[in-house]
Design a binder for this molecule. Structure first.
Ligand code: TA6
Length: 300
């Protein structure tokens, strides 16, 4: 049996023969749903998420490029909105590729890769004015029974160098934030954006637990290939391995969620944790014609 792919003018969805599924909005190339074979949703999406293309989606996996947050002291990206334009641009579906593997008993498709593209040619005038560089992005979403892989290829199509930040802003669904712990961040330094003033501190040797508003940028000591694991009640729910993305952002708005207009229900912060893979410390520089690639594998 084959993967079932449906493509409308606003979304692309795929269902594996084993039942796993993924749905991606062309708006922002935002993954809005990822379900396991049992049909359980792995991502958190706000009940007030706007998905009509008028604002960034609150939940799923929005894409952050070419700037993480805002960078007032970085001239080239200082005029961009928070998290840049990738999550609020309409991407193009470039196509799919499926792969069979001997391990599936009836030789059915065991994974599907969906490719999406964005370039300066498709940018709004406003975004082009704010960031006037020639670029090409190819974003690949690969669904298999073991997990979800998201990779980004960034190319400088211009004549001069520019630099960027990239992050995949994953809202992971969990049942009870008070039972969650994150491992793999031990003894790494992190920037604590909730502390005032913002401070750089060292993570405790044990797992990280979320006990209040949390907004931290970690640089895991083990490097990208050391897995970060999100467990709940002692049971591993997700593992994240990165490629060329050295930072991990951990965010939970806690009770401040009630002041985020499109975050619903207000106590939904108890059912989500953002563990975001990115290259957000400093800037990745691309010379004219150069290409950069980075990605993550979220295992379940
Ligand atoms: O997840 C890290 C973060 O930068 C937080 O500081 C918070 O602002 C979050 O992103 C959400 O940002 P958004 O622009 O989507 O409201």
């Amino acid at each position: 049996p084959q993967v079932n792919i449906t493509h409308s003018n606003s979304t692309v969805s795929a269902v594996l023969p084993t039942g796993e599924s993924v749905e991606i909005l062309l708006y922002g190339a935002t993954i809005t749903s990822w379900k396991d074979a049992a049909g359980d949703e792995k991502l958190w999406l706000s009940e007030k998420a706007v998905t009509d293309g008028t604002k960034a989606v609150r939940g799923g996996i929005p894409l952050v490029f070419p700037v993480f947050g805002t960078a007032p002291d970085h001239e080239a990206t200082s005029k961009l909105p928070q998290h840049g334009f990738a999550r609020t641009s309409t991407w193009e579906f470039l196509g799919k590729s499926t792969s069979e593997s001997s391990e599936t008993k009836d030789g059915g498709d065991s994974s599907v890769k969906l490719d999406f593209g964005l370039s300066d040619a498709e940018l709004s005038e406003e975004s082009k004015k704010a960031w006037p560089y020639s670029f090409g992005l190819i974003y690949s979403v690969t669904l298999s029974k073991d997990g979800l892989t998201t990779t980004m290829l960034v190319r400088n199509e211009g004549e001069t160098s520019w630099d960027f930040q990239l992050l995949m802003h994953s809202y992971l669904r969990i049942s009870d934030i008070s039972a969650v712990s994150v491992t793999g961040l031990e003894s790494s330094s992190y920037v604590d954006k909730v502390a005032s003033p913002i401070s750089t501190t060292t993570s405790p040797d044990g797992p990280v637990k979320i006990t209040g508003k949390t907004d931290r940028v970690y640089t895991p000591a083990g490097g990208p290939s050391a897995p970060v694991a999100i467990s709940e009640g002692g049971k591993k729910k997700f593992s994240i391995v990165r490629d060329n993305l050295n930072e991990v952002v951990v965010w939970n708005p806690w009770v401040d969620a009630k002041s985020i207009g499109d975050f619903a229900p207000a106590d939904g912060y108890k059912q989500m944790i953002c563990v975001e893979s990115g290259a957000v410390k400093g800037w990745q520089k691309l010379e004219a014609g150069e290409t950069w690639e980075g990605g993550q594998i979220i295992g379940v």
